[in-house]
Write a protein that binds this ligand. Structure first.
Ligand SMILES: [Zn+2]
Length: 429
């Protein structure tokens, strides 16, 4: 199979976490026993979507991003088969309140044009509207959601990022980006839709919580619903690599009861796969409210056992504010994709005074092993001052074809401190 690159950071060949057949994946979303026909349609559709009868989840060794291979998100038909026209939307989430707090800050104290993609039934937008004065546009794939948003008085567009025109001061995507595969296109749309000085707010499930969920409950986070498993480092790298600045990347505080309940629900889901279990029989019930009540009763019996594991709980959500650096600003990572052959030390400009220090920001794409990086200070996102060794940060097997993009601050004590073999190191002009 051809080499696969991490969609977030560009690293090669992540480790295989999980492989699932189209039939098993279909069973995950639509259990055979509940609706054999829809289950069979979904299995056929997934195999067509992937161009083969299985999918893999790989984990990047450099940034811990998890990604589906084939790297393809679910299409409209997939969601139609999974939800049978009745998707569930959350009433409230931590990131709604967190974003509202940010929007109360002085820099946002003016009438804003705000877009939410994947707005659902408008639980977040209702809170934005209470702030007053902002011009709001909503978008959602689901026709039912668009109807409901319009009834609430919002300008609502059916579709996703590609279907929206105009520019916005604030673009929000909550629990949406993890469903999307083409990250270059996603960030391209952010760039197109952002007014100068604008911000993108995104939230995604935190991959560490997903890993714990799978370990404890055996319930897999199956593509192509979620195709990306994010974490703060992957979020920084994916954005910086595409010319954005991660102004803030934060995780949801851990509330043990909330995490334990989610795990309890997932363990009921996992047990429902096995024929003969109570969970399996309940999961065959077509009446959704009845099924929901019985599932909650079963989850409640699991809850105390799972709460005991609270020391291992991880934040459920990762949230970020992303901006485009002002043109020409120090530290602006330049557009990726254009690689110069300028060696590292040329990126520092003229040799600094002996014993002096010189630093500047450059967006660099490194390729080839780095022989010596003594004397370097790296700045990556907020991890200022931390000496981030390139070697430490790469698995040994990846050093031979090292391609990544970091925002680095290089300081050179006397002479250019490093060189790269094969003249392969460079920065992006
Ligand atoms: Zn990666």
């Amino acid at each position: 199979m051809a080499a696969v690159r991490c969609p977030a950071c560009g690293e090669l060949d992540g480790r295989l976490l999980h492989r699932q057949t189209a039939a098993d994946a279909a069973h995950h979303f639509v259990p055979r026993q509940r609706d054999p026909e829809r289950h069979a349609d979904l299995a056929v559709h997934l195999a067509a979507l992937w161009g083969r009868d299985f999918v893999e989840v790989r984990i990047c060794e450099a940034c811990n991003f998890g990604y589906a291979v084939p790297w393809v998100g679910g299409d409209a038909r997939f969601y139609e088969l999974v939800h049978s026209g009745d998707p569930h939307y959350p009433g409230d989430r931590w990131e709604f309140g967190h974003t509202i707090e940010v929007l109360k800050r002085p820099e946002f104290k003016r009438p804003l044009r705000l877009l939410e993609v994947g707005a659902g039934h408008g639980a977040f937008l209702d809170r934005v509207r209470r702030l007053g004065r902002h011009e709001i546009v909503a978008a959602d794939y689901d026709a039912g959601a668009v109807d409901r948003l319009r009834k609430k008085g919002y300008e609502a567009i059916p579709g996703s990022l590609a279907d929206i025109s105009g520019t916005f001061d604030v673009v929000c995507l909550f629990q949406t980006v993890e469903h999307m595969a083409d990250l270059d296109a996603v960030f391209g749309h952010f760039r197109r839709l952002l007014a100068p000085g604008g911000s993108v707010f995104v939230s995604v499930p935190n991959g560490e919580a997903t890993a714990l969920q799978e370990e404890i409950t055996g319930f897999w986070d199956t593509p192509p619903n979620h195709v990306g498993r994010w974490n703060p480092i992957a979020m920084k790298r994916a954005s910086e690599r595409r010319g954005f600045r991660a102004v803030a990347v934060e995780t949801e505080p851990v509330h043990a009861g909330q995490v334990a309940w989610q795990l309890a629900v997932y363990s009921v889901n996992a047990r429902s796969y096995t024929a003969g279990t109570v969970e399996n029989r309940i999961n065959a019930i077509e009446n959704r409210p009845a099924r929901g009540v019985l599932r909650r009763v079963l989850a409640a019996t699991q809850f105390p056992r799972l709460l005991m594991m609270r020391r291992r709980f991880r934040p459920l959500t990762c949230w970020a504010q992303l901006c485009l650096p002002a043109p020409g600003a120090a530290g602006s990572p330049r557009t990726a994709g254009c690689v110069s052959t300028t060696p590292f030390h040329d990126a520092l400009g003229a040799e600094p005074p002996r014993g002096g220090r010189r630093s500047r920001h450059v967006a660099m794409r490194l390729s080839g092993p780095v022989l010596d990086h003594e004397g370097l200070e790296f700045e990556h996102g907020r991890e200022k001052g931390r000496r981030l060794s390139i070697d430490e940060n790469r698995p040994a097997h990846a050093r031979e074809a090292l391609t990544t993009s970091l925002v680095l601050r290089l300081s050179c004590p006397a002479a250019p401190p490093i060189e790269a073999t094969s003249g392969a190191a460079g920065f992006e002009p």
